[in-house]
Design a protein around this ligand. Structure first.
Ligand code: CP
Ligand code: NVA
Length: 305
């Protein structure tokens, strides 16, 4: 049994296998085929933060696979009503897989420690693994094999950026990140990345133009993530020079696509002319959340594929 908390848990071969299953399921759905690979399986969804994509894509994907899901809101009292050990062991007896979106990463680690079914991270303050899997899948759909290529990320070295750096490292993609010095990857993450993915190629700079040079994808995320609202004024000031606009996109490879995990703030981290341009892949990227999570669920729960 495997938990998916950071993507450090997956080998390159695992990711390639998940992508292959996802691609197959996506092609079948396009023909109207919804193979019931997980009949009767139940997925619990614990969400402590808002979500459109993660919640709906997981629930819909599980329905396509013949399983069902339970959305667990405040009333289950996750982290409040009882110990993590009791909560997790009890829930594991009812369901086959748990998806959890929470704040502190330690909270999902605790849940996973006591769970006897797989736990999937649906976003914490330091990781968004399902997002990164989808992003690399999307990039591969557009550009083919990715090894040796560069993905640029302009903005906060946040949960999304960390998961992207790990996924890129596993797939042989260089990850080039431009952020103000104060908002680059912390030392603890850098040491872990070096230890767990020694082959990872990471380029950190304060200069967005340096990061996007030769990149086949330019990615950004909000400057103020959920839970950081108190830092909004300072962050908006610090990141003002890190907007992805048409002039910056011109510095990337000619066939470069624009990616964003969404939700986006037009006029802040990205201009409308970039995100609403044909060069932008954000809508199919969001659509792929469902296809990739179906592949992940089928793989993780041992469906016959
Ligand atoms: N990208 C993403 O995780 O979106 P939601 O917050 O809407 O789930
Ligand atoms: N970094 C953002 C991602 C939202 C999908 C956040 O954590 O709010």
């Amino acid at each position: 049994m495997k938990h998916i908390l950071t993507l450090f848990e997956l080998t390159t071969a695992d990711i390639e296998r998940i992508f292959a299953i996802s691609k197959d399921l996506k092609a079948k759905l396009a023909q109207g085929i919804r193979e019931p690979l997980l009949p009767g399986r139940v997925m619990a969804m614990i969400f402590e933060k808002q979500s459109l994509r993660t919640r709906v894509s997981f629930e819909t994907g599980m329905a396509h696979l013949g399983g069902s899901s339970l959305f667990l809101g405040q009333d289950v009292g996750f982290g409040k009503r009882e110990s993590a050990a009791d909560f997790s062991q009890v829930l594991s007896q009812y369901v086959d897989v748990i998806v959890c979106r929470t704040n502190a990463h330690a909270k999902i680690e605790d849940l996973a420690k006591y769970a006897t079914v797989p736990v999937i991270n649906g976003l914490t303050d330091s990781a968004h693994p399902c997002q990164a899997l989808t992003d690399l899948f999307t990039l591969e759909e557009v550009h083919g094999k990715l090894a040796g290529k560069r993905l640029a990320y302009v903005g906060d070295a946040n949960n999304v950026a960390k998961s992207l750096a790990i996924c890129c490292g596993k797939l042989g993609v260089e990850f080039a990140i431009a952020a103000p010095a104060k908002y680059q990857f912390d030392d603890a993450f850098l040491s872990e990345l070096k230890r767990e993915v020694p082959q990872a190629k990471l380029f950190q700079t304060t200069n967005p133009v340096e990061a996007v040079k030769g990149a086949i994808g330019v990615y950004t995320d909000v400057w103020v993530s959920m839970g950081q609202e108190a830092e909004e004024v300072e962050r908006k000031k610090e990141f003002a020079a890190y907007q992805v606009n048409a002039a910056l996109m011109k510095q990337a490879a000619a066939n470069s696509i624009f990616l964003h995990c969404l939700p986006a703030h037009r006029g802040e981290e990205v201009t409308s002319d970039v995100i609403d341009n044909p060069q932008s892949a954000v809508i199919p990227q969001a659509g792929n959340r469902m296809h990739v999570q179906k592949g992940l669920l089928a793989w993780l729960l041992g469906a016959k594929v």
